[in-house]
Design a protein around this ligand. Sequence first.
Ligand SMILES: C[S@@+](CC[C@H](N)C(=O)[O-])C[C@H]1O[C@@H](n2cnc3c(N)ncnc32)[C@H](O)[C@@H]1O
Length: 379
Amino acid sequence: MRFGESLTDVEMSPYKFIAHIDRLKALSEGRDIFPVTVEIDLVDYCNHSCGWCVDPVHRNNSLDAGIVCQLLSELKELGVKGIVYKGGGEPTLHDSFTTVLEETKRLGFEVGIVTNGSRLQELHGAIVKNADYLRVSIDGPTADSHARLHKSNDFDEVIAGVRYAVMLKKSLGQRHPVIGLSFAMDHQMVDLVGDALILGDSLGVDYILLRPPFYEEVGRPAGMSTEQKTALLCAFERERASYAGKMEVFIDYWLSDSDVNELSSAGESPRRGSYVRPGVNGIEHVTGKCLASPLMAVIAADRKVYACCNLRFLDEWNVGTINYDTGDTFEKLWHGDRRKQVMDRIHQVECIRFCTHPMSRYNEVIEYLRSPRYHEGFV
Ligand SMILES: C[S@@+](CC[C@H](N)C(=O)[O-])C[C@H]1O[C@@H](n2cnc3c(N)ncnc32)[C@H](O)[C@@H]1O
């Protein structure tokens, strides 16, 4: 294989932060930036009902397609590079999903889609044509385990949709969208990890992502003991080691608050001060800071703006509501007093108990840029 052919050389390269070095330098010097990526929640309802869903509530909001177009134009002007349709609910349930997708691509954004796959059979053509990545949340790799977790009975339809998407992409000879399957698996599924690899391999996807679910951080009781979590991670590693096929197998080494023995005191993660290794459990626990969050933003289906995906739906953390009729644009809210107050709190990680550390890698780079430049003279 030549360099550049693999996802880990390019799309998932550990050096991707270099593409954002100007914004990272700005943040390290205390200057504000506009986001690189914005998650737009097209709807905040879902047709599946996953027991440990990160979206704690589902409602009935749907963003008007006209507002989405206004938003996209504004975000383009502000230098936003990528739009992700993922959270709040199931994005493909939006009435104008295909139109919105086409408009996003037409404006020159990179587009990411995370879906439960329930409408993929119908939408795979538009997605393969317009998206840069497609991640399908399978979680349970068999019909039974999928039904138990998602409380739905559409496993075969979801898998057929993935198969169509992969076949179409291959027939068009396209590199994108990168197509992946994610499996958030609890300990009850420890014996099914091998099935996840077999499923991904047989479908010909580019990668699978194996991860333990988040619990406390999304406001749920801890769902696994440390021993169960360790056994699960071992199973992930064992299956990955015995896999010899072409797809990439990623493991999310997420460390939860349930992995420490101390009891959580109100409002603070008990992991404060603990750090296993870069990228694993969050430098924010050690530095007590998160300076990277402006790299991304969330616009929820009720038009509320959040400064981090982990704060979605937490009312005290929204930075205002987009309303083009009254002049409350994204830019105005981003520069507004309410966001300043929220950012002061985020900088000091007052939000750490909700944190799944999406910005850890970037915070590591920012902290490096803030530190004394010892040994810079050596390569
Ligand atoms: C909340 S869903 C929303 C998008 C879409 N409805 C879907 O199912 O992909 C986004 C992703 O979060 C993952 N997810 C949800 N709850 C989680 C949790 N508690 N821990 C880890 N991942 C979770 C899902 O597996 C899914 O891949």
